[in-house]
Design a protein around this ligand. Structure first.
Ligand code: DMJ
Length: 644
């Protein structure tokens, strides 16, 4: 007993008064808590941490279980959430750490018709190197199913991926505009290469690279995001450099904490589309390896993944600290379907499809207020956490993936179709508004109260509603096309009402505002694609020349205000005629903004919409024509990886 030796302290009760003992005990327990808490901030590799905080998995829990995790260990870490269709850029965030559990899953199957095509080869057009047809996926643990054949896949496309002449438009003005966009891509790429090679994004003012903390230690986000854009633009030298970097330098053995959503849409989406367009085996190998690393995120009581995952061997996952009560975000867990179905297609392993079908099953079953899907859901209880509904940030790409799942299934995924059109009906009834000035917009909904605001992110919805127009309830096609055109018009107004002719992050329809930002904090533009994305779809659907004109206005504005000496930069205030740059060339500028502009000025046969759906980062993924693939013998044991 250390106190016995202290001078003036007796052994019996140590001579301390009761209140002194209490203060001392309080101090002691505080010290112990502090030491224990400090363990969480040590790197995973520290032995002490592994001893005290073992990341053991919890036993399996079935879907819909309400069991709270007994081993929950809350701790906060700083995280940054940027560029999520469901979130704001450059906001410092906290995540709370929790252990994971496993859950059951289900296998589904689908069959479709198609037309074979074997007279073309995009791989041959742009990819002189011989393809390695080895099937690496079978070597992965726990995988079932047979080999994926790239040749067979190509036969099941209706049209050549790159069109007759790489989508070259016949009129000279459009061709010139397309060339301009290609030059912008080359400029953005060259500067990234010169100043930020291997980092995630370019900082064009300071001429250095940005790594950030969204990708869990993965590097080269701009490279992976650019592969398909370079390829379709015919920038083959640059594409080869990018491919070589993926081959030699894309290290997936990182041990950092990543956004599941961001890694999925940029890395998984980018690698998948690069593989489907080129047939280069390296992309398939990498994407299957990465896909497996994402699976532990689904180990929750409900199978709804958490937002943050450790890409290392622990596979531990967390919810974003800023999300109410440890919830998962609709736009994050609802934006995995397209990529995961393709991971199953390529690997022959049904587990990826099972994971996303399980999410869908829960969403289908759960009660929805007024038929709407709130943005926050508990991955533990499977219940909504609060009633904020938005087709912009936090909700957006969930709706996009419903209709695109249907289209990507060659229109066989009836469940996705039904969910999409019911959601649309609820959105129209509850959120779609007309401003006093006659602009149609989609408001946000907070427990029944409307917030008359539309985010830049929500502007993708013009294109989404447009591509969904064909397959809605009978007699609704024109209605949906009109709605799509009206929303796209409103988003264009948000651009044309600013000094720079670029749109703000959010614009409002209250207090006299009509499609303008009323708050200083909403005035920035970070090279986002959504408005241009809608122009591209609306052009393809209507061929109304105004969409190409609007796209060209955007090109001119980007050139004038965002182009700097060493790349492109976002701006802080679209209403200021003297701009202030944010020093960031976002990777989605190369993967989305410039790609959609290039497609807008190309013929429709470049990545035809009959064959390709774009993931939310604009990475084209092919429609899966199950029956055709079966007829051509793509697999021996079909049915393990598809939807019915
Ligand atoms: C991109 O990463 C994707 O479009 C995502 O869905 C939303 N945010 C950015 C672009 O704004």
């Amino acid at each position: 007993m250390v106190f016995r030796k202290l001078p003036g302290v007796s052994a019996s009760g140590m001579g301390l008064r009761l209140s002194q003992k209490f203060v001392f005990l309080l101090f002691l327990s505080g010290l112990v808590t502090l030491c224990f808490g400090a363990l969480f901030f040590l790197p995973d590799s520290v032995r002490l941490k592994r001893i005290f905080l073992s990341k053991s998995e919890n036993p399996a829990v079935t879907v819909g279980s309400d069991n709270e995790l007994s081993k929950k260990v809350p701790v906060d870490q700083e995280h940054q959430r940027a560029g999520v269709k469901g979130g704001e850029a450059n906001v410092k965030l906290k995540v709370s750490r929790k252990p994971s559990v496993t859950h059951g899953a289900r296998t589904v199957e689908r069959s479709v018709g198609s037309r074979a095509q074997d007279e073309w080869s995009p791989a041959r057009a742009h990819e002189p190197a011989a393809r390695d047809e080895r099937v690496t996926s079978a070597a992965h643990n726990g995988q079932r199913g047979s080999a994926f054949s790239y040749e067979m896949f190509k036969k099941c496309l209706l049209k050549p991926a790159l069109g007759k002449d790489q989508g070259k438009p016949s009129d000279s003005e459009t061709l010139q505009r397309r060339e301009k966009v290609k030059e912008m891509m080359k400029f953005a790429w060259d500067n990234y290469k010169q100043y930020a090679w291997g980092k995630n994004e370019l900082r064009p003012l300071t001429r250095n690279g940005h790594i950030g903390n969204m990708f869990g230690g993965l590097r080269g986000a701009s490279i992976v995001d650019s592969l398909d854009t370079l390829y379709i633009m015919g920038l083959m030298e640059e594409y080869e450099e990018a491919k070589e970097w993926v081959q030699n330098n894309l290290d997936l053995n990182s041990n950092g904490e990543a956004s599941l959503f961001e890694v999925n849409i940029r890395y998984v989406g980018g690698l998948l589309s690069a593989f489907y367009l080129t047939g280069a085996e390296i992309f398939k190998q990498k994407v299957l390896e990465l896909g497996e690393k994402l699976l532990p995120a689904f180990n929750t009581p409900t199978g709804i993944p958490r937002g943050v995952i450790n890409l290392g061997s622990s596979g531990t996952s967390w919810s974003w600290g800023w999300a109410s009560a440890g919830s998962s975000i609709l736009a994050e867990f609802g934006t995995l379907h397209l990529e995961f179905v393709h991971l199953s297609e390529l690997s022959g392993n049904p587990v990826f499809t099972e994971k996303v079908m399980n999410i869908r099953k829960l969403l289908n079953k759960i009660e929805k207020p007024h038929g709407l899907y709130p943005n926050f859901l508990s991955p533990v209880s499977g219940n909504w956490v609060q009633h904020h509904v938005s087709i912009g940030g936090l909700g957006d790409s969930f709706y996009e993936y419903l209709i695109k799942s249907y289209l990507m299934s060659d229109k066989t995924d009836e469940e996705a179709k039904k969910m999409y059109y019911s959601a649309m009906e609820a959105i129209e009834t509850n959120l779609v508004q007309k401003s006093p000035g006659g602009l149609t917009y989609v408001a946000e909904w907070r427990g029944g109260i409307l917030d008359h605001k539309m985010g830049h992110l929500a502007c993708f919805s013009g294109g989404m509603i447009g591509i969904g127009a064909d397959d809605g309830p009978a007699g609704q096609k024109q209605h949906y096309l009109d709605l799509a055109a009206e929303i796209t018009h409103t988003c264009h107004e948000s651009y044309s009402r600013s000094a720079t002719k670029l749109g703000p992050e959010a614009f409002r329809f209250d207090g006299g505002a009509e499609a303008t930002a009323t708050r200083l904090s909403d005035r920035y533009y970070i090279l986002r694609p959504e408005v241009i994305e809608s122009y591209m779809y609306m052009w393809r659907l209507t061929h109304d020349p105004k969409y190409r004109e609007w796209g060209w206005e955007a090109v001119e504005a980007l050139e004038k205000h965002c182009r700097v000496d060493a790349g492109f930069s976002g701006i802080r205030d679209v209403y200021a005629s003297t701009v202030s740059h944010d020093n960031m060339q976002q990777s989605f500028f190369l993967s989305e903004t410039l790609k959609y502009l290039y497609l807008l000025f190309s013929d429709d046969d470049l990545l035809p919409l009959e064959d390709w759906v774009f993931n939310t980062e604009a990475h084209p993924l092919p429609v899966i024509r199950k029956r055709c693939l079966q007829e051509h013998g793509t697999r021996q044991d079909d049915g393990q990886t598809s939807l019915e």
